[in-house]
Design a protein around this ligand. Structure first.
Ligand code: LUZ
Ligand code: MOS
Length: 766
């Protein structure tokens, strides 16, 4: 199989990103002035010094917004530029433009903002106590947990904490905006969702959407960070262009990006779990305190994914789970690969681990014993069809030779005092579809040109995940030609309208299906033409591999000749395809329904070694058994699993997102202005997983194909589910450090940094 075209071009540096695109003559570069305290009221903005710097300097404030100074769509709580108050450390207050980026940055530094400090809340529990919620809390329940707890032999409760995570997309946020023909706006945006950017621009400039074109060529990674939040930067660039009547490029440097933009939501959660004497988990309750940050953004959708995945891959008959969206004075937390599911998984896995510690049962046995089985119904009322958790777990036990691995680890730990080993298996069950019903739709536009070459446009954004490769595979299969004939175009609101973001792992599921539906229309016309040319019944004509056959016999008619003949007989060689995922429904009042097209299953084992004196650790091996249906491109899918594992391990173990002064108590007006400031805000201080951190051996096996619900050509979504495997890293390190200090308490506070490991081993109270 040929290597994916996009990645080859990327490696050669032939693909262009926002900062590489040659901007039109006269382009102004943008820079933002960020707030430097957690909350305050603007008293004055003095631009005099900035304007003296260079004649090209423009300083744009909230007063310059011609339409609504509002881009929040679920809840109108997100201003483009603040009129009155700023709500977090690092919020853009003004936009500066100048002929070079350096001048723009210097101008931003020279704008003097004076403000009156206001009290701020950084911590989600404090926000909850103060009643600061984005929206009312939400509960899902099934069975009767209270009654069930009374029947349990073991019941325990505890608290679980998980930190946020910076996206560290390779390409930071940015956009290039231009006013065309006096009243139209054209924007090249680094976004996962061009329609959202288009809407935000139309709303803030006060013009209809048909005068705004948004194009997204490709992104240097996004990971959820550009699902909603790219709209902000696109709208800000458009505002700059609208006001200055000059093209504007806004491209953030890493530090501004890390300070100003949202990240994965930190959570703090309370759980209660109970099991019977046989180790069957009977009841589970949890309250999730989501730190939503200062605006709504995608927080409700993320919270719903947490609640849907509250029981992980476990069948628990009695459940009550409640999520709280706590409004705080931190950047608005947002989508990040996994979208609330990792946070939910970590809570239930911590609860199961705590049960094992308390009861003395083997954690792995406890996990295995409680896996979802075929046909079982989730706490939101959806039966699991073709459920493969046990199959994946069994195969993993076999592949890792678990019993002897456990023995080897125990022997090693008995013989070594300075190093301890550990291992853990985490199963996954991940629902595929946007949790918001209306978002499960996609469109595509396909042209077959006279020479037989094919052009496909969809709403899918290429961000390194090779979605264009998958769409090419699907379109080629639908038309009956080789993939080399298919070119997948950049995404623009001009060719496909009203698109949803490329997100929720559904990019290829939805868009490749829309492209397929368009291709099928064109193919039917080609088949009809071939039938008339060959004097055959249309039903007997097939096109495959670029060859036309009648009743299985190859005809003297190739693809190119057929296309040309069809064109010459004045038949349309273009088609629009539209797909909406069938069979989805959900009753928000009853919290019951079938919100997902299907689930992805799998299991991962991670092995780790802890250095007892230092608290540092190495990851020795990861073994993954993953259900992905029939892969549309195995190399791409393996790459996606490896990348997701790295991000999951980074979140679980390494990436320490901390804000100054967030140790709980509210920040009074007189507090040091550093409160709320992101501590590690550059790549030299924010520690990321790298090749040395990753296990030297990562083995991935796919479960064989099986009938059951899936996406097109029996494939399954790949983007997010494998990120959950990173949690196995947490429990592997926990297992090893508990070998060093067996009677210590459970510790469920992610990321499990070496500092925490050492404190645990030394018995230092957290
Ligand atoms: N985005 C969204 C997502 O709007 N809804 C979802 O359910 C979702 N899931 C994962 C990632 N992004
Ligand atoms: Mo997302 S977390 O943009 O799928």
């Amino acid at each position: 199989m040929k290597s994916p075209k996009e990645s080859a071009l990327n490696v050669k540096g032939a693909t262009l990103y926002i900062d590489d695109i040659a901007a039109p003559t006269g382009t102004l570069e943008g820079a933002v002035k960020l707030s430097t305290s957690a909350r305050g009221r603007i008293l004055s903005i003095d631009a005099a010094k900035a304007l003296e710097l260079d004649p090209s300097v423009r300083v744009i404030t909230a007063k310059d917004v011609p339409g609504q100074n509002q881009i929040g769509f679920s809840v109108p709580d997100e201003v483009l530029l603040p009129e009155d108050e700023w709500e977090y450390w690092g919020q853009p207050i003004v936009l500066c433009l100048a002929r070079t980026r350096t001048l723009a940055r210097r101008a931003a530094a020279l704008v003097a903002v004076t403000g009156e400090p206001l009290p701020a809340i950084l911590d989600e529990r404090e926000a909850a106590k103060a009643g600061h919620f984005i929206l009312p809390s939400r509960t899902m329940r099934s069975g009767d947990p209270e009654a069930a707890f009374a029947d349990c032999a073991t019941v325990l409760s505890g608290t679980v904490v998980s930190g946020g995570q910076e996206h560290v997309y390779l390409e930071t946020q940015g956009a290039i905006a231009e006013v065309r023909d006096g009243d139209k706006v054209f924007v090249i945006s680094g976004t996962q969702g061009p329609t959202g950017v288009q809407k935000a621009i139309a709303q803030s400039l006060g013009i209809p959407m048909n005068r705004v074109e948004v194009e997204a060529r490709r992104l240097g990674g996004a990971f959820g960070g550009k699902e909603d939040q790219a709209a902000y930067w696109g709208a800000l660039a458009a505002l700059g262009a609208w006001v200055s009547r000059r093209p504007v490029r806004l491209y953030l440097n890493r530090r501004d990006d890390m300070r100003a933009t949202g990240k994965r939501h930190p959570y703090s959660s309370d759980y209660k779990i109970g099991m019977d004497a046989e180790g069957r988990i009977l009841a589970f309750e949890a309250d999730y305190y989501q730190n939503s940050g200062c605006t709504c953004d995608l927080s409700p959708a993320i919270l719903s994914r947490t609640l849907f995945h509250a029981t992980g891959a476990y069948s628990i008959p009695n459940v009550r789970v409640t999520g709280h969206m706590c409004r705080t004075n931190l950047p608005s937390f947002t989508a990040f690969r996994g979208f609330g599911a990792p946070q939910g998984f970590f809570v239930v896995e911590s609860a199961v681990q705590a049960l094992a510690i308390k009861s003395g049962l083997d954690a792995n046995a406890l996990r295995y014993h409680n896996l979802y089985k075929e046909g079982e119904i989730t706490h939101y009322g959806m039966p699991l069809v073709s459920c493969r958790t046990t199959e994946a777990f069994d195969r993993l036990l076999e592949k890792t030779r678990w019993a002897s691995l456990r023995d080897r680890i125990d022997d090693f730990n008995a013989e070594n005092r300075l190093y301890k080993k550990g291992a853990a298996i985490i199963p996954i069950c991940f629902g595929i579809s946007f949790t918001k019903l209306l978002m499960n739709q996609a469109g595509a536009l396909v042209h077959v040109y006279q020479d037989g070459s094919v052009l496909v446009s969809t709403g899918a954004i290429e961000m390194g995940q090779q979605v264009s490769r998958k769409i090419a595979v699907a379109a080629a299969a639908a038309l009956g030609v080789g993939t080399e004939l298919v070119s997948v175009e950049r995404t623009t609101t001009l060719t496909v309208a009203n698109t949803v973001p490329t997100a929720a792992s559904t990019g290829s599921d939805l868009n490749a299906m829309a492209a397929t539906l368009a291709c099928e229309q064109i193919k039917a016309r080609l088949v009809a033409k071939a039938a008339s040319m060959l004097g055959a019944e249309p039903g007997s004509v097939s096109i495959e591999g670029g060859r036309v056959s009648v009743s299985g016999e190859e005809a003297e008619l190739g693809w190119e000749a057929l296309v040309t003949a069809t064109y010459e007989s004045r038949v349309d060689l273009s088609a629009h395809g539209f797909y909406s995922t069938p069979g989805l429904f959900y009753d928000m009042t009853a919290e019951r329904g079938s919100p997902f097209a299907y689930h992805v299953y799998g299991a991962a084992c991670v092995e780790a070694t802890v250095d007892v004196l230092r608290g540092s650790y190495t990851l020795d091996r990861a073994t993954i058994v993953h259900d992905m249906g029939r892969s549309l491109d195995e190399k791409v899918d393996i790459g996606q699993i490896e990348g997701a594992l790295a991000q999951g391990l980074g979140w679980a173990l390494l990436e320490d997102l901390q804000f100054a002064g967030s140790g709980g108590v509210p920040v009074p007006p007189g507090a040091p202005a550093t409160a709320g400031k992101l501590l590690a805000d550059t790549l030299s201080t924010y520690k990321l997983p790298d090749i040395h951190f990753m296990p030297p051996e990562v083995e991935i096996e796919f479960l064989s194909e099986r009938d059951g619900p899936s996406a097109l050509l029996r494939s399954k979504a790949i983007g997010e589910p494998p990120l959950i495997y990173g949690i196995a890293g947490y429990f592997a390190v926990l297992d090893a450090m508990r070998a060093a200090r067996p009677r210590g308490p459970g510790l469920f506070d992610l990321p499990l940094t070496p500092e925490k490991v050492l404190d645990y081993i030394m018995g230092v109270k957290p």
